[in-house]
Write a protein that binds this ligand. Structure first.
Ligand code: SAM
Ligand code: DTB
Ligand code: SF4
Length: 326
């Protein structure tokens, strides 16, 4: 209590949210698996119904020809992946696809473009897409590369709910994966998105040759942002022929599940999204991810360019696990 001058007391002002240390995060990560998962599931139940999973759908609104050199990506012009580049999709086509996604059960629609950043000439069409997709009653997300403050303000004013911009790994490992931009470029865009009033979607990719400590450090960076991201996609690398990571050995499933559980504990109120890589996961691995606190998936047989499980396989999985799609 604080003494105030008239002799009464006032409540101590709330302390800033405690920052996560690497040590505290690592200690949780190293808990016996059952203890980590029990803790993660307990935290999950304080904020979410554990049997409800949000269905999201992706659409690549501009494919390939990207000037960035991300070592994992099929769409970088630095790699020969055989992917044909396209121009920005027409708004009507985006709306047609979004309607199909809604009819197949998606409640969240994420539009991605293979850009370093949107050009001024693209912005009108992008803004129109946001309005048209929102009008279908879908939650909207876009991932278009770096944004300056003017662009993030425009997207926010258009009603875009979330902006996705991943930090992908630890600051230490980042230069091993991308050389055309820095970690702090990434954080600058996230700050612009936040300042413009949009929700932040930011996560990463596991299985790019990083160490376990890099994955934990990535979560420490996310959880220690002034406000943690409301949405945290955890991708498992999909190795793409022609990229530098084409021959990368897969991550051990138990290590992947540990990171999902840690993300749930460190960011209790965020949606943790089991994103790319589900085609290479068993039902049992996905079940463990849901138990660890993942509560969203991408549906449909294609992500942006890579394969994803068929709807029928996901329906069967949800049936077997008693999960409800929301
Ligand atoms: N160009 C934008 C950008 O990089 O921010 C948006 C599109 S980019 C494809 C969106 C995210 O997809 C990346 O940040 C990365 O986390 C994920 N991703 C891309 N290729 C992947 C792959 N082969 N395996 C797993 N995740 C991948
Ligand atoms: C995210 O973290 N994963 C999604 C979404 N954000 C844009 C993208 C996954 C892309 C997988 C590779 C591909 O389809 O090319
Ligand atoms: Fe371009 Fe995004 Fe692919 Fe990187 S991840 S090459 S920025 S499309």
């Amino acid at each position: 209590m604080l003494e105030v001058r008239d002799g009464t007391t006032a409540m101590t002002p709330p302390a800033a949210a405690p920052a996560w240390t690497r040590e505290a995060a690592w200690a949780l990560y190293r808990l016996p698996f059952n203890d980590l998962l029990f803790k993660a599931q307990s935290v999950h139940r304080q904020h979410f119904d554990p049997n409800r999973i949000q269905l999201s759908k992706l659409l690549n609104i501009k494919t390939g020809g990207c000037p960035e050199d991300c070592g994992y990506c099929s769409q970088s012009s630095h790699h020969s992946t055989g992917l044909a580049a396209s121009r920005l999709m027409d708004v009507e086509k985006v709306v047609t696809e979004a309607r199909k996604a809604r009819d197949s059960g998606a409640t969240r629609y994420c539009m991605g473009a293979a850009w370093r950043n949107p050009k001024p000439r693209d912005m009108d069409a992008i803004v129109e897409m946001v309005g048209a997709v929102k009008a279908l009653g879908l939650e909207t997300c876009m991932t278009l590369g770096m944004l300056d403050r003017e662009q993030s303000d425009r997207l926010s004013a258009a009603g875009l709910d979330y902006y996705n911009h991943n930090i992908d790994t630890s600051e230490r490992y980042y230069p091993k994966v991308v050389s055309t931009r820095t970690y702090s470029d990434r954080l600058d865009t996230l700050e612009n998105v936040r300042q413009s009033g949009m929700k932040v979607c930011c996560g990463g990719i596991l299985g790019m040759g990083e160490e376990e400590a890099d994955r934990v450090d990535m979560l420490v960076t996310l959880a220690n942002l002034a406000e943690p991201p409301e949405s945290v996609p955890i991708n498992m690398l999909i190795p793409i022929a022609g990229t530098p990571l084409a021959e990368q050995a897969p991550i051990a499933p138990i290590e992947f599940v540990r990171i999902v559980g840690l993300a749930r504990i460190m960011m209790p109120k965020s949606h943790v999204r089991l994103s790319a890589g589900r085609s290479a996961m068993t039902d049992e691995m996905q079940a463990l991810c849901f138990f660890a606190g993942a509560n969203s998936i991408f549906i449909g047989d294609t992500l942006l360019t890579a394969a994803n499980p068929e709807d029928a396989a996901d329906r069967k999985l949800f049936d077997r696990l008693g999960l409800e799609a929301i």
